[in-house]
Structure formats: C-alpha cells, structure tokens
Ligand binder design. Structure first.
Ligand code: LIP
Length: 319
C-alpha cells in the first residue's frame, strides 16, 4: 500500500503542473538546439551512436529540481540520473519517470522530432504522461481515466485518437509501422532487426518469407513521440526492443487513454497491463485503437494483430 494516496483531482493538479514544467523545459531544449546546431557537441555513452549532450543533463536537472521541490515525497527516475548510477527501487509510491530529451540524436542533428517525456508511475503503473515536442509545438497529455489529448500550437486540446471512430485494421499489410534501429548496432542486433524489417515490408509474392508488405515503416528516432503518434492514430503500430522505462512511461498512459493496446515482449501476457515487469522489460509494442466491425471487436483485432506481428518478427535480447 502506498503512503501517498493520489486522487483523480490530485492527478489533474499534478498534470497541470507538469504541463507547465514541460513547456518551460521545452524553451531550454530550443535554446540548446540553436547552440548545438553548429557544434554538434555530444558525449557518447555505450557507443558512438548512444549520445548525450549537456542539454540532456541540464533539462533533467531543471525538471528534477522543480519536481522534488513541488512533490518532495515523490521518487524520481531519470535517464541521465540512471546513467550516472542512480538505481532507485520502484515501489508503490508515486515516482516520476523522465526522459529529458527523447530523440537526442535528432536534437543534435536539428531533426525536429525530439521531446521531453514526463511520466508518473503510481502503484507500479503509469498514471500520468506529458510529452512535449517544442520544435513542432505539440503537447500530448493524459491521466489515468481522464482521456488523452493533443495541444497543437494555440489550438484547443483535441481528444485522442483524432479519428472517431477509428478505422478498422484488417491486417499488417494495411499498417504504417514505427520501428527504430536503436543504439545497439552489434551484428546480431542489426541482422535480427534487419530481417524483421524486411519481413514487415517485403512482398511475399516475390519470395520474401513471412513477408507482410505493410504500407510502410517509419523510423523517427523518439520512442515517446512514436507512442504519441500511435495514440493519435498517425502510426498504426510501434515496436522496439531496447527501450527503457523513461522512453515509454508517459507514452504508455497517453496511448492507453487513447484506446491503444500496449504489450511487452512476445511471451508477455496480452492484458494491456504495463506493470513493473513490462516497464523494465526492454521489449515494447503498442497498437492504435481499432474500430469494431460487424465480425470483430476492436480489442480482439488488436490482440490478433499483436500475435500476427510477433509470429513475423525475430525475437532477441537487448544488451
Ligand atoms: C532514444 C529512444 C529511441 C531509441 C534510441 C534512443 P534517447 O532515446 O527514444 O526509441 O531507438 O536509440 O534510445 O536516447 O534519444 O533519449
């Protein structure tokens, strides 16, 4: 049992605060982008494509300081704090789970697909999420039981998914699928991911074994924004092996509140329950809300397509 009890009203107040904080952090991200555009200055983590900048660290410090001041009894997990050795145990207590700049490689290259991702975990499940892309001025948000919303520029918040009712999705061949190469570029990883992407995109009539010939694949470089795109219906599916809790925490609750189905790896229970095991499982899959048809409920279509997807792609363990 948690010592801190969170009501819906308290969650809404926390959301209001974290939305304002995300917008403040977004200004620092834009300032950093203008400075780093010329220098490209970045440090490397595990290899030359696992990048971090002074702005990742500065944004996390800003957010961590503000949140610990406002919510001193809440815990904090951040990508850069974790990289620096912080290993807080996940308990039932409210825990912020933050990626200060998700899409760091995009940030360094000036590719406008990067965001701050602010999630809140309570009773070991995501209950609040804010994802803000300051480059496109798009802010996605949700609290458990409150629905998911997109605020774009100065327009009023729009409930997600954007399509109401959402379209059916008869098979993977009609899907637009989000994928990522990630930062592990070992031979095993690029071969397994490459084979999976080949099957998803390839035409079985020309000999591609297990080919699905999906409408297309998209690799945009931010797990959080990929979840947000699935929540709004711009992507049908997003799958990645190698993601961390801070990459997906906010995106999970935004997607679930938009009617998406979130799954772990191929052997995880198909119950849309993103518990501690799934959060830390490094294998994540999300499929958009699907409309009912005369012969199939949307949730049954989601489960059917998840099974079809995992029968198609290769499985492997992240490093
Ligand atoms: C990124 C993730 C993305 C993954 C990249 C990187 P970061 O997070 O959002 O899904 O493919 O390798 O990990 O490092 O930009 O915060």
């Amino acid at each position: 049992m948690a010592n801190v009890q969170l009501t819906q009203t308290e969650l809404q107040a926390i959301l209001n605060y974290t939305v304002a904080l995300a917008r403040e952090a977004g200004l620092l991200i834009l300032e950093g982008s203008a400075k780093i555009r010329s220098s490209g200055a970045a440090d490397v983590k595990k290899n030359s494509v696992d990048l971090v900048t002074e702005y990742d660290v500065a944004v996390e410090r800003l957010v961590k300081d503000r949140l610990s001041e406002k919510y001193p009894d809440f815990k904090f997990i951040g990508e850069e704090s974790f990289a620096a050795g912080s290993r807080p145990e996940l308990t039932d207590e409210p825990t912020f789970c933050v990626d200060p700049i998700d899409g760091t490689t995009n940030f360094i290259h000036g590719f406008p697909y990067a965001c701050i991702s602010l999630g809140l975990i309570y009773l070991k499940r995501p209950v609040l999420g804010v994802i803000y892309n300051p480059f496109l001025n798009q802010l996605y948000s949700a609290i458990l039981g409150g629905g998911a919303y997109l605020e774009q520029a100065s327009l009023p918040a729009i409930r997600l998914p954007l399509a109401n009712p959402p379209r059916p999705l008869p098979s993977l061949s009609q899907a637009l699928i989000g994928i990522e190469w990630g930062s592990d570029r070992s031979l095993e990883m690029v071969e397994k991911k490459g084979e999976s992407f080949k099957r998803l995109a390839g035409d079985p009539a020309t000999g591609v074994v297990k080919g699905k010939m999906a409408h297309s694949l998209r690799s945009l470089g931010s797990a959080a924004l990929n979840y947000a795109l699935v929540a709004q219906g711009g992507l049908d599916i997003y799958w990645e092996i190698g993601t961390w809790p801070w990459d997906i925490c906010a995106g999970v609750i935004i997607a679930q509140e938009a009617g998406c189905f979130v799954a772990g790896g191929r052997d995880a229970p198909l119950d849309n329950d993103v518990n501690e095991r799934v959060l830390w499982g490094r294998k994540h899959f999300v499929i958009r809300k699907i409309g009912d048809t005369e012969t199939e409920k949307g949730v049954d279509a989601q489960k059917r397509l998840i099974k079809e997807f995992y029968e198609t792609v290769e499985d492997f363990e992240p490093k």
